[in-house]
Design a protein around this ligand. Structure first.
Ligand SMILES: Nc1nc2c(ncn2[C@@H]2O[C@H](COP(=O)(O)OP(=O)(O)OP(=O)(O)O)[C@@H](O)[C@H]2O)c(=O)[nH]1
Length: 563
């Protein structure tokens, strides 16, 4: 591809609240610039992952380079479609680092929603040009006037700057392309500078190794060049590079201002850190600031099971490779006597945890068991100092218009992490939307609860709970254990205790398990089979004191309840 002057390049993201129409607009922009054919089949083409297609949501940011003629000039537009859901906001913030402007899409019926506000601030803080685009004006209940008033009031953007479109029907989408060219500034870099590129995303290809998505901030790079990654100071030869249109489109060179992909013989996922800087071997540059690591909000232990071994290299590789593509997941090795070796993974939210799990299964054929989500705590060890409990505290209220109000609260994270969003949606008949950010640690009345089997604490089941919830949580855990521990030759007491105080108890009656009881007389092979099965079952048991506990019992207590 021939050189494209920097002033004819525009890099922009599409950001919005979930379902406001980003991916549909991206389809129209791809069609109008000839990147994809205009057919029914080409729907949400940038949502490539199976999990995205099944759930109808974007979870990965995707890049597409478009060629667009305007006023007799040819422009290269690099579009990044981003996810809308709060759990994937790390994708948005990284994508913004490769852009100078954003299209902020707002549904003409729903108006400004929680993630519209959150995404606006991400773009605003990055000092990007913001083009408000009111979408779905074809809807019967569309009220673009009202949405423009909201935009003026909440974002202080004059209503004249808003575009009104229907991404579905293609109405006025041409105006969006024109606004991108006219309002968003070109990237700052120059071709005469030394080569400098930011790795803003990467994924692992089974055959070609690491494929890095890069934004070239200065200079140029070509096939065969020797480049260095600032993070590891390791040198690589560029094997392949090109544009994403949205499929890979190999080129000989990439220039300042361009966004594209690069393959440079990186075989290990540790070699292509997201946020890394690449430069020419002979022309070292100062590394770019990179990205702040994502802060995990929800933790889940994953338990290593036999069936995880069906991915070549084992589940370790599968997790490493998937976290390369989703760097917001934190991974720690973990192991316990009862559950065996596993991982403790941190996520930005519950949907994020579900999606990661689904991707492990679908893309790496690794089935895993997810334990109940927990949130991080800081524990102050003290003798008898009671800490005051804190419930949600209202911080402020803004009336967006006569129908909508924006309220800010300070919540304990574990109160909102599991079902708060679902509850809010059903209570408001789907009208309310919700977003959250980390407000730091707060003192709370939390206690450590132990589970005892015949008086012995089971380390793996110790949990931190709010004092008000201790009884119900303890009772539920005891009941679940009672269901899953088989009767044994003596009575088993299952207790939930806070310190030395027992708050819940279940009892399993004594019983001599005679697996042959039902086999009156006859068939010896059937008897042998049952005895063998019992012996195998014993291998999967863990002994706590004198009580034999099957592995499944731990899992049934720790596993998330199905919805
Ligand atoms: N009537 C109407 N529907 C639209 C329009 N644009 C998008 N939609 C519909 O709105 C729904 C959501 O559109 P998407 O493009 O998937 O929304 P999104 O913002 O990409 O969603 P996420 O990526 O999951 O955040 C789909 O059912 C679209 O068909 C429009 O202009 N008019």
């Amino acid at each position: 591809m021939s050189k494209f002057p920097v002033d004819k390049i525009r890099n922009f993201c599409i950001i919005a609240h979930i379902d406001h129409g980003k991916s549909t607009l991206a389809d129209r922009l791809l069609e109008m610039t000839g990147a994809i054919a205009k057919t029914e089949k080409n729907k949400q083409v940038l949502d490539k992952l199976q999990v995205e297609r099944e759930r109808g949501i974007t979870v990965k940011a995707q890049t597409a380079s478009l060629f667009y003629s305007h006023d007799g000039q040819e422009y290269l537009l690099n579009l990044i479609d981003t996810p809308g859901h709060v759990d994937f906001s790390y994708e948005v913030s990284r994508s913004l680092s490769a852009c100078q402007g954003v299209l902020l899409i707002i549904d003409a019926n729903q108006g400004i929603q929680a993630q519209t506000v959150a995404n606006f601030y991400l773009a605003f803080e990055s000092q990007l040009t913001i083009i408000p685009v009111i979408n779905k004006i074809d809807l019967k209940n569309a009220d673009p006037e009202r949405v423009e008033s909201q935009i003026e009031k909440v974002f202080d953007i004059p209503r004249e700057e808003c575009l009104r479109i229907s991404a579905k029907l293609g109405t006025n989408v041409e105006a969006v392309l024109q606004a991108v060219v006219e309002r968003i500034p070109p990237p700052a870099g120059s071709i005469s500078e030394p080569f400098k590129a930011l790795v803003f995303d990467s994924n692992f290809d089974h055959y070609r190794g690491v494929v890095a998505n890069i934004a070239v901030f200065g200079g140029r790079v070509k096939k065969g060049d020797k480049i260095v990654s600032a993070h590891l100071s390791k040198t690589y030869e560029v094997n392949e590079l090109g544009l994403l249109r949205p499929e890979e489109h190999p080129t000989q060179k990439l220039f300042a201002g361009q966004v594209g992909y690069m393959i440079a013989g990186m075989k290990d996922v540790k070699e292509a850190q997201i946020g890394d800087t690449l430069y020419h071997q002979e022309q070292p540059v100062q590394a770019l600031p990179g990205f702040k690591p994502a802060k995990a909000m929800v933790f889940a232990g994953r338990i290593l099971e036999q069936e995880l071994d069906n991915y070549p290299g084992g589940v370790q590789h599968a997790i490493e490779r998937l976290t390369l593509n989703d760097s917001s997941v934190t991974v720690q090795r973990d192991s316990s006597l009862a559950l065996g070796a596993g991982w403790r993974l941190g996520f930005l939210g519950l949907l994020h945890m579900e999606v990661f799990n689904q991707r492990l299964e679908q893309e790496y054929n690794a089935s895993v068991i997810v334990t109940a989500p927990t949130v991080p705590y800081k524990v102050l060890l003290s003798s008898a100092k009671l800490i005051k409990s804190r419930r949600a505290v209202q911080k402020n209220v803004v009336y967006i218009d006569e129908q909508r109000v924006m309220m800010k609260y300070l919540f304990p994270l574990n109160e909102i992490v599991v079902d708060f969003y679902d509850l809010l949606k059903s209570m408001s008949s789907g009208y309310a939307s919700f977003d959250y950010e980390n407000a730091g640690y707060q003192a709370a009345d939390l206690i450590k609860m132990d589970i005892l089997l015949n008086g012995r604490p089971v380390e793996e089941l110790t949990t931190i709970v709010h004092r008000d919830r201790a009884y119900s949580t303890g009772k539920a855990m005891c009941e679940r254990l009672k269901e899953s521990i088989p009767r044994q030759m003596f009575e088993i007491a299952i207790q939930a205790a806070i310190g030395s105080k027992v708050i819940a108890r279940e009892t399993i009656k004594a019983y001599r398990k005679n697996v042959l009881a039902k086999c009156y007389g006859g068939d010896i092979t059937r008897k042998m089979k049952l005895l063998k099965k019992q012996a195998e079952g014993k291998k999967k048991m863990r002994r706590i004191g004198n009580v034999e506990v099957p592995k499944d019992a731990f899992i049934s207590v720790l596993k998330r309840k199905d919805k």
